[in-house]
Design a protein around this ligand. Structure first.
Ligand code: PMP
Length: 391
């Protein structure tokens, strides 16, 4: 019998695909997958159409259009006061997902280890496995998602190649503080390992919170691969234009993998992002204000419906504890809500290396990147099916 790679035959379908399919089957309101039900800036859409119509339809240079790399380097300079060489240190890929995959392949040899906080974004594990590496995790403790530096220090061994840090953090909405990042940076320097940062929610930060890009900490630019994306900031998740910043040697290795897998991200869509609002544009404050309103709306709805939840400082997700409503495991309760209430969300257990244990924590993730009408409609439906002890 012809055989297949063990890694990929053992990978299950992603929870996002499963819950979106369930949402469709029950015509549920989809607060599961993190994509907006509205489009981003019209000027970016128009720029994409005009790029296609004016003939920008062939392969782009593999590391990305030079003018977009310049623009991204300039954004980093303005936002974080850090300078990257657009020729050798900025690379455009097909989404942060590809950036994470290529980075892990570039850094890791078989039997290396990568450490992430848990819950973790689901693509980290298969990316590590594809490189023959192992993912180890340090759980963030609910409800404030705290962690002990000594625990992380103890986990780092001679096999550890990198820590992958997601801030602002999906699914918890945690934004790592400057102090936490300084502790992390100290461990990275002490153990001489890499830091991969996943900053795709860098522009979705609320209240008085601030996003600190870890590469800006002392000596960290040398050891950090900074990954971000246009998906969340401009509400075009289906365009898959992501990017990363890294020193030339590591950029070269990552570009090699990108060149031999995807080769280049879609040319007219790269062109379109040249029309992005500049960092000083009011667009970004408006984006935050709009999301802050949606966050508060969904939070109020969930609290009314007997969920326990607090306001996240970043991202467009709320984690809610449903233990007052049901004793079901999180995947069973998420299926119940989709089927009976007609509202889809994501159980938290698939973000864990030990889903059996995590299922009993009774936590769900709801996305608020939806119009206020959609959120109100979800509230109407939830109210009917979430009385204490219903399920
Ligand atoms: N990292 C995190 C934490 C995410 O939530 C997502 C999107 N869901 C990605 C990476 C992937 O982003 P992209 O659409 O650019 O591939």
């Amino acid at each position: 019998m012809l055989s297949l790679s063990g890694i990929w035959t053992k990978q299950n379908e992603s929870i996002f695909s499963i819950m979106s399919r369930e949402a469709l089957r029950h015509q549920a309101i989809n607060l599961a997958q993190g994509f907006p039900d509205f489009d981003g800036p019209p000027e970016i859409k128009e720029a994409a159409c005009s790029a296609i119509l004016s003939g920008h339809n062939q392969y782009a240079p593999s590391p990305g259009l030079p003018e977009l790399r310049h623009m991204l380097a300039e954004q980093q300079r303005i936002r974080y006061d850090i300078s990257w060489n657009p020729e050798s240190e900025v690379t455009i890929l097909s989404g942060a997902t590809e950036a994470i995959f290529c980075t892990i392949q570039a850094l890791c040899n078989p039997r290396d280890e990568i450490i992430s906080f848990e819950p973790f974004y689901d693509s980290y594990l298969p990316s590590a496995l594809a490189a023959g590496a192992t993912l180890r995790t340090l759980p963030l403790r609910a409800p404030d998602w705290s962690w002990e530096p000594e625990d992380l220090d103890r986990m780092i061994s001679p096999s550890t190649r990198a820590i992958i840090l997601n801030t602002p953090h999906n699914p918890t909405g945690k934004v790592f503080s400057r102090q936490e990042l300084e502790i992390l940076a100290e461990l990275i320097r002490k153990h001489q390992i890499w830091l991969i940062t996943d900053e795709v929610y860098e522009n979705l930060i609320y209240d008085n919170c601030q996003h600190h890009s870890p590469a800006t900490l002392p000596d960290m630019q040398e050891r950090t691969i900074t990954i971000s994306s246009t998906s969340k900031t401009y509400s075009f998740t289906g365009w898959k234009v992501g990017y990363l910043f890294a020193r030339p040697q590591v950029s070269r290795a990552i570009r090699n993998i990108h060149q031999n897998t995807v080769f280049c991200s879609a040319t007219p869509l790269q062109k379109a992002f040249l029309a992005s609002p500049p960092p000083e544009s009011p667009y970004y404050a408006q984006l935050k204000a709009d999301y802050c309103r949606r966050r508060d709306l969904l939070l109020g709805i969930l609290q009314d419906c007997h969920f326990k939840a607090t306001a996240p400082s970043g991202t467009y997700f709320i984690v809610a504890d449903y233990s007052a409503i049901s004793d079901l495991n999180d995947d069973e309760f998420a299926l119940y809500l989709s089927r009976e209430a007609g509202v889809a969300c994501i159980p938290l257990s698939p973000f864990s290396l030990n889903p059996e244990k995590a299922r009993q924590q009774r936590l769900l993730r709801f996305a608020f990147c939806k119009s206020e009408n959609t959120l109100h409609a979800a509230g109407e439906r939830l109210r009917k099916k979430t009385a204490p002890g219903t399920a």
